[in-house]
Ligand binder design. Structure first.
Ligand SMILES: NC(=O)C1=CN([C@@H]2O[C@H](COP(=O)(O)OP(=O)(O)OC[C@H]3O[C@@H](n4cnc5c(N)ncnc54)[C@H](OP(=O)(O)O)[C@@H]3O)[C@@H](O)[C@H]2O)C=CC1
Ligand SMILES: O=C(CO)COP(=O)(O)O
Length: 330
């Protein structure tokens, strides 16, 4: 039995808490950011705001007390939006030690600094770090549909132990030691998923959708490898797997934002209609572009996505300029 605290009661944190509690062999606590959300989940035994339709098990603890978590758990599973990780880890830091394993399931890169979540955590605390990635829509994990994931940690023993803790009949977990690759695969695919949504919103057809995924993978891999990732990781679940899922699956929030952009809706209006739900790619597009500039890596799809989001480029003009760039080898 492990004591596991899930930090973040959005859709993904709740789905992971449900999946862990379902096993019946762990003590699981789910932390919600806002007190009223925690109280509402305690009362209804359901997360009606972010993952409606799934009953929270009676032995799943719910709390809003962040700093109690390091005392009641050895594994901290961090599932806040990436923009909220720095404030969360700052609050937790005085209570953390190297006996804690901190598993990040957030998929983003810090704005401005371009730090990965592992770098944000390492700068603030002495915990051992792992990252969970792969193709995994929260709703399907909550429904116990077959799902695979990648768990990366530089310490192979910790990775194996987490694999054992997280694995179940419906969740098959693979280990990896390429933390950089799993982190960047998860964050960068969100940018390409936005672009895939744009292609769908403009009704550009299946050829364009396949091209976008493939050329998107090429630029994600270029950047990730320049940052130290292994190419094989990018060809695996946390790379291609998650990219294919979010570029094709209608449950993807990032893809949905892209679809609406392609149909001509304004970004502010689309974000407002998400009601506090996060589409990480919107922020990550700027961070990815900054990281690429630092490493001298060419990211044409990411650049055009940035111009659509923040510089008023029309989706149709973006596709036209991408299609008419000077010819090059594949
Ligand atoms: N949804 C999915 O299928 C998957 C999501 N992910 C990743 O998981 C992460 C979380 O996404 P998801 O679960 O979808 O989130 P949701 O969009 O479902 O929910 C947003 C969450 O952010 C919380 N929040 C808002 N402000 C803060 C804050 N200042 N500090 C901490 N938390 C805050 C909200 O809590 P409150 O309402 O109480 O303020 C709410 O729990 C993202 O990085 C995402 O990419 C990864 C795989 C799958
Ligand atoms: O990362 C995800 C699935 O693996 C979820 O993608 P969205 O954030 O686009 O919904």
């Amino acid at each position: 039995m492990s004591r596991i605290a899930v930090i973040g009661a959005g859709a993904w944190g709740t789905a992971l808490a449900l999946s862990l509690a379902r096993q019946g062999r762990h003590e699981v606590t789910l932390w919600a950011h806002s007190p009223d959300h925690a109280a509402e989940m305690e009362r209804t035994r359901e997360n009606t705001r972010y993952l409606p339709g799934f009953a929270l098990q009676s032995d799943l603890h719910i709390t809003n007390d962040l700093i109690s978590l390091p005392g009641r758990a050895d594994i901290l599973l961090s599932v806040t939006p990436s923009v909220n990780l720095p404030e969360t880890i700052r609050a937790l830091a005085p209570h953390l030690s190297d006996r804690h394993v901190y598993v990040s399931a957030s998929k983003g890169i810090e704005d401005g600094t371009h730090r990965r979540m592992s770098e944000v955590v390492a700068a603030a605390s002495p915990v051992r770090f792992a990252v969970l990635g792969g193709p995994s829509f929260a709703k399907e994990v909550a429904a116990a549909l077959p799902t695979t994931a990648t768990l990366a940690c530089v310490d192979a023993e910790v990775a194996r132990s987490l694999q054992n803790d997280f694995s179940s009949e419906s969740l098959r977990v693979y280990t990896n030691d390429d933390v950089v690759g799993v982190e960047l695969g998860g964050a960068l695919k969100n940018v390409i998923a936005l672009a895939a949504g744009v292609v769908a919103g403009l009704e550009l057809g299946s050829n364009a959708a396949a091209a976008l995924i493939t050329r998107g993978m090429a630029e994600i891999t270029r950047l990730a490898v320049a940052c130290g990732a292994r190419p094989e990781t990018m060809a695996g679940l946390a790379g291609y797997g998650d990219l294919v899922l979010t570029c094709t699956g209608s449950l993807s929030r990032n893809r949905t934002v892209g679809v609406e952009l392609g149909r001509g809706r304004k970004l502010d209006d689309i974000i407002a209609s998400l009601n506090g739900k996060v589409a990480e790619g919107v922020r990550c597009t700027g961070a990815a572009r900054g990281l690429a500039a630092r490493h001298g890596v060419e990211m044409p799809i990411t650049d055009h996505m940035y111009a659509i989001l923040y510089e008023g480029l029309s989706p149709r003009d973006a596709i036209r300029t991408l299609m008419t760039r000077p010819g090059r080898g594949e």
